[in-house]
Design a protein around this ligand. Structure first.
Ligand code: SAM
Length: 291
């Protein structure tokens, strides 16, 4: 059964009386070479486990099951569960779970697999919820080896932007704290059914085993990054003042200067180490004022 063949996909959907559900971002891959490329490149450990988010009718899932020891696939759409039983019935190493990844207890689900070896994530993500899913995976603290995701090309460019460069956003800075992103290849909209309005790209993130910096308080680091990018037209003292209401603009300006930056610098120019030093200064001052 070729699960990338458009006629086969349509037949399967009709057989189970299903329609492509826009609200779940259902754009299924129709190019077997793309599916194989993603499966080949998402992980280097054939003895490891892959967490797939959104298996759809199981095209990528089958290729993953051929290459890796175990595959755990979370699918939100209960209508697709009987389809996956049908298309993946021959694969004893696949576990399908009917769950919303945003609500799933990933640490509980994956504990037996982490106990056995490495776990990586591989997914053709639904566009409507790309960033929240990525943030959930990163913030989970689970020691994934790689996270490989197919996402909208524009978002991929942002994730992989050079810190301090023009395409850089808050998500770029936060992602650099957790891992090293790399754009693998672009996939044009014609490779999906139904075809989305925009092209996609595959991004592979290698999670840092050791973080590049150690902030005194992670929440303050992320708050600092968000503040800098939310108000990116403002200078850094103004952008931070808008968010750190517990500090005066004078105190913030002093902290920025103590970090060696001019007061008219824009936050988007900072790298993750510089954000960490700044957030440490802000956090320390906030603690001093609380004491
Ligand atoms: N993997 C298939 C492929 O590449 O052809 C389907 C990818 S499709 C872009 C996204 C899939 O994610 C759909 O099957 C959709 O039902 C599922 N999905 C959407 N939101 C989800 C969520 N919150 N949790 C788990 N699965 C989700």
């Amino acid at each position: 059964m070729n699960l990338c063949d458009i006629k086969t996909i349509k037949q399967i959907m009709a057989m189970f009386s299903l329609n492509f559900r826009k609200e779940f971002g259902q754009n299924f891959l129709t190019n077997p070479m793309v599916v194989e490329d993603i499966a080949d490149n998402c992980c280097q450990d054939a003895s490891g486990t892959i967490l797939e988010i959104g298996p759809g009718i199981g095209s990528l899932t089958r290729e993953l099951a051929e290459r890796y020891e175990n595959v755990v696939a979370l699918e939100i759409d209960h209508g697709l569960i009987p389809v996956l039983k049908y298309t993946l019935g021959d694969y004893r190493n696949v576990t399908v779970i009917n769950e919303d990844v945003m609500k799933a207890n990933l640490s509980e689900i994956l504990a037996p697999y982490f106990a056995k070896g490495t776990v990586s994530v591989c997914a053709n993500l639904p566009y409507y919820i790309t960033t929240p899913i990525l943030m959930k995976l990163l913030e989970s603290g689970l020691p994934f080896e790689y996270i490989t995701i197919m996402i909208q090309s524009e978002v991929a460019d942002r994730l992989c932007a050079i810190p301090g460069g023009k395409d850089c956003g808050a998500i770029t800075a936060v992602l650099n704290y957790y891992g090293q992103p790399e754009k693998l290849f672009k996939v044009s909209a014609g490779n999906f059914i139904p075809a989305p309005k925009v092209d996609s790209s595959v991004v592979r993130i290698r999670l840092h085993q050791e973080k590049p910096c150690h902030p005194l308080d992670e929440a303050t680091l992320f708050r600092t990054i968000r503040a800098a990018f939310e108000q990116r037209r403002k200078t850094l003292p103004n952008a931070l003042s808008a968010v750190f209401g517990e500090l005066t603009k004078g105190e913030i300006t002093e902290i920025i200067a103590a970090c060696g930056h001019s007061v008219d610098i824009r936050g988007e120019k900072l790298g993750i180490e510089e954000f960490t030093a700044l957030s440490d200064g802000l956090w320390t001052k906030i603690q001093e004022k609380k004491a």
